[in-house]
Design a protein around this ligand. Structure first.
Ligand SMILES: [Zn+2]
Length: 302
């Protein structure tokens, strides 16, 4: 059972928006693609764990802090036997293992997921002790989710689950008898209460309002080729349709995420959305969904 759902990280949402609205440098673009790919892999893993029949509690994407050190876990599962911690990797292609390191075929070294896994396990153990939960067994695994991932020369004893082994791993979990008690639920709630919505150290490019392309982007394909047709916003690229209100609200959310200090006014949002000609429409949507502050032309929304 899913006890905590995954949400797209603030960093990925911001990069997605910036990627559509400005030219990213090669490094920022790579970072964005990596995050996006990682997130897609995590969603794929979620689609598998949510089908599990055994009695377990799933906590997806936990961001925690222990002794001033932030750490993030892709997926955590509470079972009768203890905690299973998963680090999900969506690597694609041929990789090889050499002297405790992982390389791509062209010999580029990549961050070795086992180091992260061990570090997270140790921090989680300390946090659990801090919360008064001692001696809970923790079993951590790196899950390679991409079916087109191959790793050469890896020793057999690594805590890795390869794409071809995932079905068997879940089958085993499903057939292990498990009946959770209230104690497990308390532990799950405790961990969720420690989850940090805001996470520091975002790796973002510098940007200013003036340099960003204005307009509503398509909800589906992110293209700017959208036009208002009646009460809908219709994409000229992929044909996706979205209600005008929903599209404007989505754009306001984007604006607030990129410019948290700025006030939401009718003029600003009309300029930001660009394709909504009627000021009245913007005003109606804002007053329906936010609380107006100030008077007349100085009105802003919170
Ligand atoms: Zn589209």
């Amino acid at each position: 059972m899913i006890h905590k759902h995954r949400t797209k990280s603030e960093e990925l949402c911001m990069l997605e928006s910036l990627h559509a609205r400005m030219d990213l440098t090669e490094n920022d673009r790579k970072h964005y693609i990596n995050l996006k790919k990682g997130y897609e892999g995590e969603l794929k893993f979620d689609s598998m764990t949510e089908k599990l029949q055994c009695d377990c509690l799933l906590l997806n994407d936990l961001r925690l802090k222990m002794n001033n050190t932030h750490f993030q876990m892709d997926s955590l599962m509470i079972t009768l036997e203890g905690i299973c911690m998963f680090e999900v990797k969506n690597f694609e292609g041929d990789f090889f293992y050499e002297r405790d390191k992982l390389f791509m075929r062209n010999k580029t070294e990549i961050n070795y997921p086992l180091i992260q896994l061990r570090r997270n396990e140790s921090l989680l153990r300390q946090l659990l002790q801090d919360l008064g939960w001692n001696n809970i067994p923790i079993d951590s695994k790196v899950v390679f989710i991409n079916p087109e991932f191959t790793l050469y020369q890896a020793p057999l004893n690594l805590p890795f689950i390869y794409p071809t082994q995932i079905p068997k791993y879940f089958r085993k979990l499903n057939t292990t008898p498990s009946k959770l008690t209230k104690k497990h639920l308390i532990l799950a709630d405790k961990l969720v209460s420690c989850h940090l919505e805001k996470f520091p150290f975002l790796q973002l490019p510098e940007y200013e309002y003036t340099q960003l392309q204005k307009g509503i982007t398509c909800e589906s394909c992110r293209s700017f080729s959208v036009a208002v047709e009646g009460m809908k916003v219709v994409c000229g690229e992929c044909g996706h349709k979205e209600g005008v209100d929903e599209a404007v609200l989505r754009s306001v959310k984007e604006f607030k995420l990129l410019f948290p200090g700025q006030k939401i006014t009718t003029n600003k949002i009309q300029e930001w959305c660009k394709i909504i000609d009627s000021k009245k429409t913007i005003k109606r949507i804002l007053s329906k969904n936010f609380t107006p502050e100030g008077v007349r032309q100085w009105t802003y929304y919170q």
